[in-house]
Design a protein around this ligand. Structure first.
Ligand code: NOJ
Length: 565
C-alpha cells in the first residue's frame, strides 16, 4: 500500500473511552455500554468518528477488564451482548466506527483455559500458559528467572498445586498466554473473528509487544538495585511476534476492511514500528509508542511539591523521530494520553490556564500526520486527581508497588506524593458531564471518586461557553477534516521550523496546501522570526486575525495555524 493511498482509518478521528468511567446509565456507579449510546450525539458533535473502547468482556476486574475470563461475553458491569450490538448499530447510524480492545497477551486466572491449565502438569491446557520450575539457589527455591513484572515484584507466580511457576508480566491474576502454542493462536483468532463478524471495525491490540518472550529463561544481567530486574527486552518486541502477527493478519484481518493499532509501549524504535505497522508489513496498521509521554521531570522530582516542567527540546526530538522516520513507510497514531498516563493538562498544560494551555496542546498535536486519538475528558481539560492516601487509589499496580515500597522502608507520604503525579488512576476518574452531584456521571456514589473540580470543569458548562476548550477542540477537528485542508493534514509532509527553539514548537505541513502550525508551550511571551507569508489564518487560540511572521510576538501559550502563500 502506498502512504498516500486513501484509507478511512488514516482519515479518521479517534476517541478513547475508558468504559468504567465514561457514563453510568443504570445508576450502579459504573460506566456502561448504554452510557456510551447516550453520549454518541455528543461525540459526533465533537467531530470524532472512531471510538476505541477499553475492554468490556467478562472479567473479575483485577485490572479493570484487562483480565478477561470470557472473551465472548460482556461484563455484567457494562451491559449485555445486545447492548454491544445496539451500540455498533447506533454508532454506524452516526458515521462512527468502533474498535474493541483486544487483550491477547494474557487472560484472567479465572478464564476456563487457566482453570484447566493449573490443574496438572499433563492437562491438555497446560501449555496454553508459560510454566517453569523454580531454581535452586544456595539450597533455596527461587523464581525461574529474576525478571520483574510491570506491576511490581517478580514476573513469576508460584502455583502451589503443581509446585511450578506461571509467568505474569502484569498482575498475578493475569497469567500470560503461550503464543508459541498454535491452539492459543487459533483461540485468539477465532475470538477476534467473533467480534469482527458482530460489526466492529478493528482493534486496539493490547500489550502486543509482549506476546513473544525469550524462551531461554536466563537471569537478566541488567545492573539494577532492585531484586527483580526491569529488563523488559526479555519479553518485549522480540522477532518471533512478527510471525504471529503476520499469521493473525493473514487468517483474520486481511479478510475484513478493518484497522488495528497495537500498543508497543516504551522502548520500541521507529525501525521496530515499521516492522509492526509498515505499509506493506501485513501485520498492524499503526502502533502506539510512549516516547512523548514523559517529556518532563515527573520521574526525576526531588520532592513531590517541586514544579513539573516540560522539556520541550526533548519532546521536539521525539516528534521529529516519529514524524520523520515513519513518513512514507508506516502509519502513526497521535495521542497525548490514554488510561495509563496522567492527565495531559497536569503533565504539559497549566491547570490555572486551562483553556490557553489546553488549546495550545491540541494545536501542537492534532495537525501532525497520523490518526488522532483523543482521550475522554481531554477535550474539557480534565486534570489529575488530588490523591492523598493509598486508599484513594484503585490501580492494582499502585497497590503492589506501595506494599513493596513500604516493606523497603520508604516514606508513605513521599510515595503518595510522587505517585500522585505519575499514576494512571489520574486518567480514570469519572468524566465530568455537569456541575451536579458526582459530576453528572452517575446518580449514586461512583466506583471511583470524581475529581472535585467538576464544579468548574464539566461538559455542560463548556458547551455553553463559546470560548471553552471543548469548543476549541471542535474547531481543531473541524479544520483537520475540512475538505480544503484534509489531504494536507492527513498525507502532507512534515517539517519542523524553529528546530532549536526551546519554547516554541512549530512545523509545516505540505501537500496541495502549505500550512504552518506554531505553538508557544509556556506561560511566557516570546519573540520569533520566520520567513514566510501568511495567506490566511485558519485557527488561533487568541482569536487573532493577522500574523506577521517576520515579527512574531507570541503571548503565553499562543498557538495558531495559518495557510502560507
Ligand atoms: C496495557 C493496558 O493499556 C493497561 O491498562 C493494562 O494494565 C495492561 N496492558 C495489561 O493488559
Amino acid at each position: 500500500m502506498s502512504f498516500y493511498e486513501k484509507k478511512w482509518w488514516k482519515e479518521a478521528i479517534g476517541y478513547q473511552i475508558y468504559l468504567r468511567s465514561f457514563k453510568d446509565s443504570n445508576d450502579d456507579g459504573i460506566g456502561d455500554i448504554p452510557g456510551i449510546i447516550e453520549k454518541l450525539d455528543y461525540l459526533k458533535d465533537l467531530g470524532v468518528n472512531l471510538l476505541w473502547i477499553c475492554p468490556f468482556y467478562k472479567s473479575p476486574m483485577d485490572d479493570n477488564g484487562y483480565d478477561v475470563s470470557d472473551f465472548y461475553d460482556i461484563s455484567e458491569d457494562y451491559g449485555t451482548l445486545e447492548d454491544a450490538k445496539k451500540l455498533i448499530h447506533e454508532a454506524k447510524l452516526r458515521g462512527i466506527r468502533i474498535i474493541a480492545d483486544l487483550v491477547m497477551n494474557q487472560t484472567s486466572d479465572e478464564h476456563p483455559w487457566f482453570i484447566e491449565s493449573r490443574k496438572s502438569k499433563d492437562n491438555p491446557y497446560r501449555d496454553y500458559y508459560i510454566w517453569q520450575k523454580g531454581k535452586i539457589v544456595d539450597g533455596k527455591e527461587v523464581e525461574p528467572t529474576n525478571w520483574a513484572s510491570f506491576f511490581g515484584g517478580s514476573c513469576w507466580q508460584k502455583d502451589e498445586l503443581t509446585g511450578e511457576y506461571y509467568m505474569k508480566i502484569f498482575s498475578k491474576k493475569m497469567p500470560d498466554l503461550n503464543w508459541a502454542n498454535p491452539n492459543v493462536r487459533k483461540g485468539m483468532f477465532d475470538m477476534a473473528k467473533f467480534w469482527l463478524d458482530l460489526g466492529i471495525d478493528g482493534f486496539r491490540v493490547d500489550a502486543v509487544a509482549h506476546i513473544a518472550r525469550s524462551t531461554e529463561f536466563e537471569d537478566s544481567t541488567m545492573e539494577s538495585t532492585s531484586k527483580y530486574k526491569p529488563d523488559w527486552r526479555k519479553f518485549s518486541n522480540l522477532p518471533r511476534l512478527h510471525d504471529y502477527l503476520k499469521e493473525f493478519n493473514q487468517e483474520v484481518l486481511s479478510k475484513y476492511d478493518v484497522m488495528t493499532v497495537g500498543e508497543v509501549g516504551g522502548g520500541a524504535l521507529p525501525t521496530e514500528a515499521i516492522e509492526y505497522a509498515g505499509l506493506n508489513s501485513n501485520e498492524l496498521n499503526m502502533v502506539f509508542n510512549f516516547d512523548h509521554n514523559w517529556c518532563n521531570n515527573v520521574w526525576d522530582l526531588k520532592n513531590p511539591e517541586d514544579p513539573v516542567i516540560t522539556n520541550l527540546a526533548h519532546m521536539k526530538d521525539m516528534f521529529e523521530k516519529w514524524q520523520t522516520n515513519l513518513y512514507g513507510k508506516a502509519w502513526n497514531p497521535l495521542y497525548w494520553l490514554n488510561h495509563d498516563q496522567p492527565r495531559v493538562m497536569s503533565q504539559y498544560g497549566n491547570v490555572n490556564k486551562r483553556v490557553l494551555s489546553g488549546s495550545m496542546l491540541a494545536t501542537a498535536l492534532y495537525f501532525m500526520w497520523g490518526t488522532p486519538f483523543i482521550y475522554q475528558g481531554e477535550e474539557i481539560g480534565m486534570t489529575n486527581y488530588p490523591f492523598k492516601t493509598i486508599d484513594d487509589f484503585n490501580d492494582v499496580s499502585v497497590k503492589n508497588s506501595y506494599q513493596i515500597a513500604i516493606s523497603e522502608g520508604q516514606d508513605k507520604d513521599r510515595f503518595i506524593g510522587f505517585t500522585a503525579h505519575r499514576s494512571r488512576d489520574n486518567a480514570r476518574t469519572p468524566v465530568q458531564w455537569k456541575n451536579a452531584p458526582c459530576g453528572g456521571f452517575s446518580t449514586v456514589k461512583p466506583w471511583f471518586q470524581v475529581n472535585p473540580n467538576y464544579v468548574s470543569i464539566n461538559v455542560e458548562d463548556e458547551q455553553k461557553d463559546p470560548q471553552s476548550l471543548l469548543n476549541y477542540y471542535k474547531k481543531v477537528l473541524a479544520l483537520r477534516k475540512h475538505p480544503d485542508y484534509m489531504d494536507t493534514f492527513v498525507y502532507g509532509t512534515y517539517e519542523q521550523v524553529l528546530r532549536k527553539d526551546t519554547t516554541v514548537y512549530g512545523y509545516i505541513r505540505k501537500q496541495d496546501k502549505h500550512v504552518l502550525v506554531i505553538t508557544n508551550f509556556f506561560d511566557c511571551s516570546v519573540d520569533v522570526k520566520l520567513d514566510y507569508h501568511v495567506r490566511k489564518v485558519l485557527l488561533s487560540n487568541y482569536n487573532e486575525q493577522h500574523y506577521d511572521l517576520k515579527h512574531l510576538h507570541l503571548r503565553p501559550y499562543e498557538s495558531f495555524v495559518v495557510e502560507l502563500e
